[in-house]
Design a protein around this ligand. Structure first.
Ligand SMILES: Cc1ncc(COP(=O)(O)O)c(C=O)c1O
Length: 388
């Protein structure tokens, strides 16, 4: 008898993911199907990646056309999809320049390098520490694990990159207590995603911006999960009325292909000179063609709809008797439950045909931004049974 995909995967793929008992074979919009043809309503977007849902036809067209035209070229040469994407991102966000890479962790590595080099150029050696927040998550490379403010990630892989200090979120005195002449930057997520879908307070974010201005520190905002419309604005920092010096993007930007981006303001967009940073696949034409489609799709009307659908969904969720509170921003939703365990609910959800995530002790929902009101109503009907 032929072995199942599950058996082959278990035997040959490294055991670093605790996979659910679900093999997804195809998808369209907010729905996907397993090997037996069973339908699932997706409220996870592949952890915030499929911003336009599964296989959006316009996105598929853009990618397919590019696949047939030019699959890859080195960064030693110019290519149109990369240049056009950079222009669009800068014009939409007000940033000066962008560096393309392949993932969120890599984007954060790039941001960290920019911060240290900016400071080195201006102040010389020794001003290289970066303050991040307790409960943050910035990636899985040795440096971004060190940046991540959760002790559970500081294990096994010693020695970690030096120079990261962790302050308490929403506590400016905790940040100030770590501040001395050796600090060059502060890095934060506007909504801590993996840490439990917790939005920072507006006043704290304003205080961070002011502190960075006063001390000439770079403010780096990690929008790997919050960026590209997830919260109802193109960038979550736009809710807070501040502009970080550096913003990192990944996940939803590519709409299903691997991309990362580091957006830098004029002040620091020139610090990485020739051969100081690079990556073979960064700005790949196919990936950029997909991202160009995503950025075009996220016009003002689209973002307004995301905000409205999010308000509708959040209000309904808050009315479920089992839900103690609804956290996050826009379509980045955390559900604190009264008596049920989040991981049990997610497992049970798969049986009932709905795909969700966890974040710490919460159920986390990151539905495709194209979710319809009908899909939300359907999700609510399944969830009200699941959480009864
Ligand atoms: C806020 C944040 N930063 C960085 C990362 C790492 O991104 P990637 O897995 O693409 O390296 C993640 C992934 O979940 C994230 O949520």
């Amino acid at each position: 008898m032929a072995k199942s995909v599950k058996d082959i995967d278990k035997k040959y793929v490294m055991n670093s993911y605790n996979r659910y008992d679900l093999e997804i074979v195809e998808g369209m919009g907010c729905y996907c199907y397993d090997v037996d043809g069973k339908e699932y309503l997706d409220l996870s977007s592949g952890i915030g990646v499929n911003s336009l849902g599964f296989c959006d036809m316009g996105w598929v067209d853009s990618v397919t056309q590019q696949v047939c035209k030019l699959n890859h070229t080195s960064n030693l040469y110019y290519s149109q999809p990369c240049a056009i994407l950079a222009e669009k991102l800068c014009k939409r966000t007000g940033y000066d320049k962008v560096f393309f890479c392949n993932s969120g962790a890599e984007a954060n590595e790039g941001a960290i390098k920019i911060a240290r080099k900016y400071s080195f150029d201006k102040y010389g050696n020794g001003r290289d520490k970066i303050i991040t927040l307790v409960n943050s998550f910035h990636g899985r490379t040795v440096t971004t694990l060190a940046a991540t403010g959760q002790e559970v990630f500081h294990n096994y892989f010693f020695p970690f990159t030096e120079g990261f200090l962790h302050a308490k979120a929403n506590d400016i005195d905790s940040v100030k207590a770590l501040l001395d002449d050796s600090v060059c930057a502060i890095m934060a997520e506007m909504v801590q995603g993996e840490g439990g879908v917790i939005a920072l307070d507006k006043q704290f974010v304003e205080q961070l911006r002011a502190l960075c201005d006063e001390k000439d520190l770079l403010l780096i905002v990690d929008e790997v999960q919050t960026g590209m419309g997830r919260t109802g604005k193109l960038l979550a920092s736009m809710h807070y009325g501040i502009k970080p010096d550096v913003t990192t993007l990944a996940k939803g930007l590519g709409g299903g292909l691997p991309i990362g981006a580091v957006l830098a303001d004029e002040k620091c967009s020139g610090v990485l000179g020739y051969s100081m940073h690079g990556t073979t696949f960064g700005g790949n034409p196919i990936v950029c063609a997909g991202a160009n489609y995503v950025v075009d799709a996220m016009n003002d009307e689209f973002l307004k709809e995301v905000e409205e659908k999010a308000n509708y969904f959040r209000e309904k969720l808050a009315q479920l008797p089992e839900v103690e509170s609804v956290s996050g921003l826009g379509l980045m939703i955390g559900l604190k439950l009264k008596s049920k365990t989040a991981s049990d609910v997610v497992k049970e959800g798969i049986k009932k045909g709905i795909i969700m995530l966890t974040a710490k002790d919460k159920v986390r929902l990151l539905p495709p931004l194209t979710i319809t009101y009908n899909d939300i109503d359907k999700a609510m009907s399944i969830l009200s049974t699941l959480l009864a």
